[in-house]
Design a protein around this ligand. Structure first.
Ligand SMILES: Cc1cc2nc3c(=O)[nH]c(=O)nc-3n(C[C@H](O)[C@H](O)[C@H](O)COP(=O)(O)OP(=O)(O)OC[C@H]3O[C@@H](n4cnc5c(N)ncnc54)[C@H](O)[C@@H]3O)c2cc1C
Length: 503
């Protein structure tokens, strides 16, 4: 296979880059080692679109955060991704905290962020009545927002595919093809792909890829753990609430999610393993205690899920975006820790400029031209809860009359119909596992966490994909839900006499 550009990694960085590059006459292939996009940090984070006052403007992450924040309203409208600009509050309790808040406000104003404001106790209480009554000040940043990071990433990928990008899932890059200091392509578990440009957006593994070209990048994983609370807690706060930041993170925050849950976390601890997403009781206690300082009324009884994400921190604590020092045609996009989700649209633009530069160096005289058929907007999906929220049930009935599968509710907690599930299975980047359907539709994301709907979802997937139920997985290879047909299993047991002998 031969292509112009290979993008390694289907996180928010890789998918945003692939979509942006698809505006030009280029053949693009995106490679993702897992069975879906958004399987790394882009699946498990706070989902905050940061205002940007917090990040140092001499760093790339500071600059790209500020550039990208205003892009989200329009981009999310085009991609049909829920995004709410609810604003954030950094809460202070004493004079020392106030000093920090004033410094942040000045830093933000110097960076050009508008409408930052220090609030006094009464204003704060009016905006957040459930906040700790001891809170005395807050820095208010109205431009901060919330998003579902995996829905955003999946939509970027779907849009890229709609515009001609090939997304190859379960395709792991395990080597770079380099000749005479130039990239020639990548070696994967499914064979070689020749390419003129390779973009390394491999998240936690971006150092491993870069090191193959001799680039000295080192990534250290830093874990952040979370509790997600049921929807009856979603209106406990109206804004993203941060404590005073620590050296390594913005601290344990409390935020409503775009789907009406309450999210608390993350803590921050060094991790040695890049695949270890286990949560710990000590870590989760730290998260709960931290959030409780901000909201004393919080209770753990309605926690419906606990999870963790791994930050890909690079030495120097900044994004590393640029051409490889040793290999023409390789572009590293590494160390994309927070605010990487916020910065993704700006990172994509900056990498597109690097691709243009690199191509013109490889082939002087070559200029990239725009495609005039780029499709900006993703087709709108039929979502029952949207019609329900607008009380437009007559219209939904018309949809059911034409497509009866939209009349069968499969997930009762989140009110997801069979039609929505079938549509997700047939996405441009198709949902191939139970979790992939969950990320696209919210089937199993509610209070029962799939306890009731998962068997029905499994049956629908089996039917729609034409696969045995035994082949349906939770999240790709090695995670089959069913072990054997009961009859076969019983037959095996009867024949089993112990000691490995068959009768
Ligand atoms: C706890 C936590 C909280 C955060 N909160 C926020 C926040 O509120 N706001 C914000 O702006 N940012 C936040 N971030 C940062 C943000 O989540 C990341 O910056 C962003 O998701 C990084 O995206 P990425 O695409 O670079 O990496 P990833 O999402 O990790 O994607 C990399 C992809 O590459 C794939 N891959 C790796 N190696 C290979 C290979 N060899 N071949 C093929 N594929 C490969 C992986 O499977 C993965 O899918 C947070 C991060 C964490 C961990």
């Amino acid at each position: 296979m031969k292509t112009d550009v290979v993008v390694i990694g289907g996180g928010v960085t890789g998918t945003a880059i692939a979509r942006e590059l698809a505006r030009y006459h280029l053949n693009i292939i995106l490679l993702e080692k897992e069975d879906d996009v958004a399987m790394g940090a882009s699946k498990a984070n706070s989902g905050i679109i940061h205002a940007g006052y917090n990040a140092d403007q001499t760093t790339l992450k500071g600059q790209l955060n500020i550039e990208a924040n205003p892009m989200f309203d329009q981009l999310c409208r085009k991609l049909n991704v829920p995004f709410q600009r609810i604003g954030s509050l950094v809460v202070g309790f004493d004079q020392a905290d106030l000093k920090v808040l004033i410094q942040e406000e000045i830093k933000g104003q110097q960076a050009g962020i508008k409408n930052l404001k220090i609030l006094a106790r009464e204003q704060l209480r009016a905006m957040e009545p459930n906040l700790n009554q001891q809170a005395r000040f807050a820095l208010y940043a109205p431009s901060a927002g919330i998003i579902s990071s995996y829905e955003f990433t999946i939509s970027l990928a779907n849009s890229a595919v709609l515009n001609g990008v090939k997304v190859l899932l379960e395709t792991e890059v395990n080597g770079l093809m380099i000749e005479a200091g130039k990239i020639r392509g990548v070696e994967t578990n499914r064979g070689k792909i020749a390419a003129t440009i390779v973009i390394n957006a491999a998240g936690l593994y971006s150092d491993k890829i870069a090191q193959q070209a001799g680039d000295q990048i080192k990534i250290t994983p830093r874990k952040g753990e979370y509790h997600l609370l049921d929807k009856n807690w979603g209106d406990l706060v109206n804004h993203v609430i941060f404590p005073i930041p620590t050296k390594h993170s913005k601290g344990i925050l409390v935020t409503p999610t775009v789907h009406g849950n309450l999210l608390i976390g993350p803590n921050s601890s060094l991790s040695t393993a890049r695949e270890n997403l286990a949560v710990s009781s000590t870590g989760l206690k730290e998260v709960y205690d931290g959030a409780k300082k901000l909201l004393p009324g919080l209770s753990r009884k309605d926690v419906i899920a606990s999870f963790s994400g791994l930050r890909a921190t690079a030495e120097g604590d900044d994004f590393i975006i640029g051409p490889s020092a040793n290999c023409v045609g390789l572009i590293n996009v590494a160390g994309i820790q927070s605010p990487g989700l916020t910065s993704a649209p700006a990172i994509a633009k900056s990498v597109t400029d690097l691709v243009k530069d690199t191509l013109s160096r490889i082939n002087p005289g070559l200029t990239l031209t725009y495609r005039d058929d780029f499709i900006e907007e993703l087709p709108k999906k039929l979502i029952f809860t949207e019609y329900l929220a607008q009380n437009d049930l007559e219209k939904w009935q018309e949809i059911i009359d034409d497509h009866p599968e939209y009349g069968e509710i499969i997930c009762r907690c989140e009110k997801i119909s069979k039609g929505e599930i079938i549509s997700a299975i047939n996405d441009p980047v198709p949902a191939q596992s139970i979790d992939a359907v969950k990320r696209r539709t919210r089937t199993g994301a509610g209070r029962c966490q799939g306890g009731f709907c998962e068997p029905r979802l499994l049956a629908i997937m089996s039917e729609e994909l034409g696969l045995s139920p035994l082949a349906i997985t939770k999240k790709g290879a090695g995670s089959a839900i069913l072990k054997a047909r009961t009859k076969d299993w019983l037959r095996e047991q009867k024949n089993y006499t112990g000691g490995g002998e068959q009768q």
